[in-house]
Design a protein around this ligand. Structure first.
Ligand SMILES: [Zn+2]
Length: 237
């Protein structure tokens, strides 16, 4: 499968579905594309004197390193962090990414979350998945034959969101933590803004979703039940 994961910020995909992506990588035969809508330039709360451009460059390097670790690639739309907007241009940019990747499966942020960047990204992704197969929407690459299947990832800290599908990531949990540590700036940023770092978050939320499905660590998902994004069967590893 061609798998496209979409996040608002450079660590969103990693927090919510990195273990699942490691499992796809280990299966082999898939392509992995991580797409981030914002440039992440407000993610330097541990030192607000760092210029936005420098924060954005650091986060691009970190997200690229994680994508390489997955055997995949990282693409960024480059919208201003904390000010993501659903525009015609944003929709068409993402539509073309899905077409170029020949996407079969899309992971998108939960529609309800603590940050409107996440919610707007969820909305852009939801609509881009539909438009990717619409033949009267013209972008650089040809329309897909069918809209990809779409699953929502977990919401931050699991609040206001209940997954219906779970992936057991126990066997790849250490690999997930190793890749999360590549987000060195965000390990510090979340410590400053939330009092936790990405690895601690992975332990707490992974164990929380794990206990719900009787494994040590899990990631939770919910397939989008909207035509034409639904297919028979289970696409999760
Ligand atoms: Zn985020």
């Amino acid at each position: 499968m061609n798998i496209v994961s979409i996040g608002a910020h450079q660590d969103d995909i990693e927090l919510n579905c990195l273990g699942t992506l490691v499992k796809y990588r280990n299966q082999g035969g898939h392509t992995i594309t991580n797409v981030v809508i914002s440039n992440g330039d407000k993610g330097g709360q541990f030192d607000p004197t760092i210029p936005y451009e420098q924060v954005a460059r650091t986060r691009e390097a970190e997200a690229t390193a994680v994508a390489r670790g997955l055997g995949g690639r990282y693409l960024c739309m480059g919208q201003s962090d904390e000010y993501i907007r659903d525009t015609d241009e944003a929709r068409n940019w993402l539509v073309d990414v899905l077409r170029e990747a020949r996407a079969d499966l899309v992971f998108a942020p939960a529609p309800v979350d603590y940050n409107t960047d996440h919610m707007v990204t969820s909305q852009i992704a939801f609509h881009a998945v539909l438009l990717s197969a619409v033949k009267t929407i013209f972008t650089t690459h040809a329309p897909l034959d069918k809209a990809p299947v779409m699953y929502y990832m977990d919401a931050t800290a699991g609040l206001e969101w209940q997954p219906t599908h779970y992936v057991d990531i126990t066997d790849v949990f250490e690999a997930k933590c190793d890749l999360l540590r590549l987000h060195k700036s965000q390990m510090a940023n979340m410590q400053t803004s939330g009092g936790w770092d990405l690895v601690k978050y992975a332990h707490v939320v992974g164990a929380f979703r794990g206990i719900q499905c009787s494994v040590e660590y899990a990631e939770g998902f919910k397939p989008t039940l909207a035509w034409p994004r639904v297919r028979p069967g289970n696409y999760l590893p």
